[in-house]
Design a protein around this ligand. Structure first.
Ligand SMILES: [Fe+2]
Length: 202
């Protein structure tokens, strides 16, 4: 069950309400979470007062930010990302659980990728599909259907992301020096869960 005991850091009651509703969806399972959660959050951000005390750190030219909006200990979390213009988040994996984002402003492209192993820990990628999100629209990332994706923001963009749990570790793929097409899989460790870092599983 979702806990509602840690209210000290709630930014406002509207955020708490949608957070608890998302927790109730997760209690019903991951399918309910990704099928009904995006609409729930899209509607919530239209309500007066949702963004009271909900802010992003300004993103520097070469990194995105991931401010925690709300998240009870051991429970799901809502994060507010800001993406600088022309930013690419390299291919990365999530953690076997689905998540989703709702775009607040700007424009984001989420591209699903399929990997082919070409050596020890080395892969090439093919594009399977791309989702473009505009303000108010949602994109679901479901590792049960496809594990790896990349993100591109052509202009400064902000998005709310909901994760079933709040991880510190992730796997990402970096281009191998001297090879135009081959990526190397590596683990990333976040020193600070609120710090921006490439390939951290956004
Ligand atoms: Fe991601």
């Amino acid at each position: 069950m979702s806990k509602t005991t840690s209210r000290a850091s709630d930014p406002n009651p509207i955020v708490r309400e949608v957070y608890d509703e998302l927790g109730a969806l997760l209690d019903r399972g991951d399918d309910a979470f990704v099928e009904e959660g995006p609409t729930l959050l899209s509607e919530a951000i239209e309500r007066d007062g949702f963004f009271e005390n909900v802010t992003t750190d300004p993103a520097a030219p070469d990194e995105y930010t991931r401010e925690k909006v709300i998240g009870d200990p051991g429970e799901h979390v809502i994060r507010f990302m800001e993406w600088p213009p022309g930013y690419t988040l390299c291919p990365h994996e999530h953690h076997g659980r689905p998540c989703f984002e709702v775009l607040v402003d700007g424009h984001l492209v989420v591209t699903d990728l399929e990997r082919t192993r070409v050596g020890d820990g080395k892969y090439t990628f093919e594009v399977i599909d791309s989702q473009v999100t505009r303000p108010g629209e949602a994109a679901v990332v479901d590792p049960r259907e496809n594990e790896i994706h990349a993100v591109y923001s052509p202009v400064r963009s902000r998005s709310l992301h909901v994760y079933p749990d709040d991880h510190w570790r992730a796997f990402g793929y970096e281009l191998v020096d001297g090879d135009a097409d081959v990526y190397e899989r590596r683990e990333f460790q976040l020193r600070d869960p609120d710090a921006a870092r490439d390939c951290d599983g956004e």
